[in-house]
Design a protein around this ligand. Structure first.
Ligand code: SF4
Length: 69
């Protein structure tokens, strides 16, 4: 099982909550005023942070998916 972050940039409103919750996963593009996903395949140590960033996104631009290889 691996953990994937799905990001829909078109939905992003630039609130940056995701970046505050999980700076290991997110970056921010000031010019575009939206989040940038730094890594989409995560190991289990970042699970809680990935889930927190998805939960705190007011635009529902982030979802988490478990995939079997
Ligand atoms: S919390 Fe959501 S809306 Fe805000 S920057 Fe992150 S992805 Fe975009």
């Amino acid at each position: 099982m691996s953990l994937h972050v799905i990001f829909e940039p078109a939905k992003c409103q630039g609130y940056a909550n995701c970046l505050i919750e999980a700076p290991e996963i997110w970056d921010f593009d000031e010019d575009e005023n939206r989040a940038v996903l730094r890594q989409d395949m995560l190991d289990d140590t970042l699970r809680a942070k990935a889930e927190a960033s998805a939960r705190c996104c007011p635009a529902q631009a982030i979802s988490i998916e478990e995939r079997t290889p």
